[in-house]
Design a protein around this ligand. Structure first.
Ligand SMILES: Cc1cc2nc3c(=O)[nH]c(=O)nc-3n(C[C@H](O)[C@H](O)[C@H](O)COP(=O)(O)O)c2cc1C
Length: 179
């Protein structure tokens, strides 16, 4: 049965490495008959969590921006892809800001399958593990979340490098295997 897939591309670089791998994943997943939506966080207005605590009771954030629409898309999806460049060996700020803002509604995101796409300049993929661990911390808070796959794409510096790397085909195949 075809799946509803939401890809969250968090890099500030449009057409950059993780963004290109998202496109390749999307291409494979669509060819396999799935329905795919991609959200680029750089195009969204998401303020930082202020830690005010109001959402603990209301399950609503006092800030009104694009976050509610993103959570609605996550709830509607069967599968969520989180893509990030490695920034100082953790996820980029755009993705962390989105995750922190899940505080109001993360309990609504249940039984989702997740894939991770990580890009970095280092050629040592092992060094990217701690970035994956950060994402796993988020999944640990979600009921029924399952990590289905992770694509480490090391050795990518300049924007565009991903398109001529082996990771580009791997991202396509990862998407294509979903059905
Ligand atoms: C602020 C910043 C921090 C970075 N930190 C790291 C790092 O800690 N380790 C690393 O290997 N690459 C680091 N990089 C390089 C990026 O991870 C790399 O260029 C990646 O391919 C960018 O992906 P993107 O094109 O999707 O943004 C950093 C780049 C920037 C702009």
């Amino acid at each position: 049965m075809s799946k509803k897939i939401l890809i969250i591309s968090s890099s500030p670089r449009k057409g950059g490495n993780s963004d290109s791998l998202c496109d390749s994943f999307q291409c494979g997943a669509e060819e396999a008959g799935n329905s795919v939506k991609k959200i680029a966080l750089r195009e969204k207005n998401i303020a930082c969590c202020t830690g005010c605590g109001a959402c603990a009771l209301s399950h609503k954030c006092v800030q009104q921006d694009d976050m509610d629409v993103i959570v609605d898309e996550m709830i509607a999806a069967d599968i969520i892809v989180l893509a990030t460049p490695v920034y100082f060996y953790t996820m980029c700020a755009q993705l962390k800001t989105m995750i922190d803002r899940m505080n109001a509604r993360y309990t609504e995101v249940v039984n989702k399958a997740f894939y991770f796409i990580l890009t970095a300049e280092t050629t040592d993929a092992q060094k990217m593990e701690r970035t994956a661990d950060g994402l796993r911390g988020f999944l640990a808070c979600l009921k029924g979340a399952e990590e289905m796959g992770i694509l480490y794409a090391p050795g990518l510096g300049k924007a565009g490098a991903a398109r001529s790397s082996p990771a580009f085909q791997k991202a396509y195949e990862m998407g294509k295997r979903i059905h």
